[in-house]
Design a protein around this ligand. Sequence first.
Ligand SMILES: [Cu+2]
Length: 43
Amino acid sequence: MQIATQHVVVLPALSSGSFEVRWRALSADGHVIKGNFDFTVGE
Ligand SMILES: [Cu+2]
């Protein structure tokens, strides 16, 4: 099985501010895994 190690999501231009990414993925052993992280644009 080929395991993806990177996933790119193209977004429209973001205005300045704080954003949260929430992700869910199916792990290699069949479990759903999830996480989140924040990032800031500008400022
Ligand atoms: Cu698992």
